[in-house]
Every structure is written in structure tokens, then in C-alpha cells.
Design a protein around this ligand. Structure first.
Ligand SMILES: [Fe+2]
Ligand SMILES: [Fe+2]
Length: 199
């Protein structure tokens, strides 16, 4: 190989590097091979007029999930640091947790049974990526079941039970990181599919 060819090669590698986008968080589990659609439709275009009508529904559902998780965490932290008494804490938590658990289970069901199989049929090369997301759902659903059991205990606990509130807080904490990683990886995989498909 001549020196000039070598230079060309490294220049090309440099150019490729420059235009290779990274998934949106450093802990992304998406492999570079799965990002061919993401590179065609990167996040800064998701809300542009050409795509928003196809992508914003999914993103909005995720925004609401993140918001519910954040509010629950804030209430739980508020109680732990003495901002709420037991009855205010309970009345804030009970309905919100019931709603959060219900909505998330439904959301996972729709994805597992409808969307993910459809996307795998469209792009079989993304199957391993969707399997990661499906396994996340199993782990998240287990945490949601735990949260529901603890919430049912909360509903019966008219007398303050600090131990229960700490367990509940821990379950919420365990869910936050997993949920955030899951939603972001899912968006990086799914939103370009939605945006780029016809119709
Ligand atoms: Fe999901
Ligand atoms: Fe989702």
C-alpha cells in the first residue's frame, strides 16, 4: 500500500467518524449495526414537520411515563425528607402508583404483542435489539408487580410505616435507571422506524 492510499484510508476513517452519530446516552446497549436508521433520522429531526406527525405519539407516551416516574420519586423523596406527613404522602402516592403500574403494563403489552413483532418483520436484522427491549419489559414488569404489592400495603396502612415507605422508595429508585435506559434505547431503535416508514 502506498503512502497516499494509506492517507486516503485514514482520511476516510476520519470522515466516517465525523458523521457517525452516537446513541443518546453513554450506556446505550444498541450495537452500531442497528443504528442505520437512527443515522438516517437522528434525534434532532424527530420533531421536524416531515416526521413529527409519525413520531410524536410514541415520544409523548414516553414523556408521560418519565413524568409519572419523576413525580412519584419526588413525592417519595419529599416524604423521606419530612415535607409531607403520612396521610398526605399516602393520598399522593396511592392513585398515582395504581395509574403508573396500569399504564406501563398496558404499554409493554402493546409493544410486545403488536409493535415489536411488526418491526422485526420489517427489519429482521434488528431482532436482537428488540429482544433486549423485551427482556427489559420482563424486568420492569417484575418491579411494577413489587410496586403494586407495596402500594396495596400502603393502602391498608393507616398508621405510619416508615419501613414500608423506604421499601417503596427503593423500588422506585430501582425502576428509575432501568426505565430511563429502556425508554431511550427504545426510542433510538423505534422512532427512526416510525419516521421513515410510509403512510
Ligand atoms: Fe418498552
Ligand atoms: Fe415504549
Amino acid at each position: 500500500m502506498s503512502l497516499s492510499t494509506e492517507n486516503n484510508v485514514s482520511q476516510k476513517a476520519l470522515d466516517d467518524d465525523l458523521f457517525t452519530l452516537s446513541p443518546r446516552h453513554p450506556d446505550s446497549r444498541l450495537e452500531a449495526d442497528w443504528l442505520f436508521l437512527f443515522n438516517k433520522l437522528p434525534p434532532d429531526q424527530w420533531f421536524s414537520a416531515d416526521y413529527a406527525y409519525k413520531t410524536s405519539g410514541w415520544l409523548k407516551v414516553h414523556t408521560n411515563i418519565r413524568k409519572r416516574q419523576r413525580i412519584l420519586t419526588q413525592i417519595s423523596e419529599g416524604y423521606q425528607s419530612g415535607d409531607y406527613d403520612w396521610s398526605a404522602y399516602r393520598s399522593q402516592m396511592l392513585k398515582r402508583i395504581n395509574m403508573h403500574v396500569l399504564k406501563l403494563h398496558q404499554h409493554h403489552g402493546v409493544e410486545d404483542e403488536g409493535f415489536f413483532p411488526e418491526f422485526i418483520r420489517m427489519y429482521p436484522q434488528l431482532q436482537a435489539g428488540f429482544e433486549i427491549l423485551g427482556r427489559d419489559h420482563l424486568r420492569l414488569d417484575a418491579l411494577l408487580d413489587k410496586l403494586q404489592v407495596q402500594n396495596d400495603m400502603l393502602a391498608r396502612s393507616e398508621v405510619e410505616d416508615k419501613g414500608l415507605s423506604e421499601q417503596l422508595h427503593q423500588t422506585l429508585m430501582d425502576g428509575t435507571d432501568l426505565l430511563s435506559q429502556h425508554l431511550t434505547d427504545e426510542e433510538d431503535l423505534v422512532i427512526p422506524i416510525l419516521g421513515l416508514r410510509q403512510g
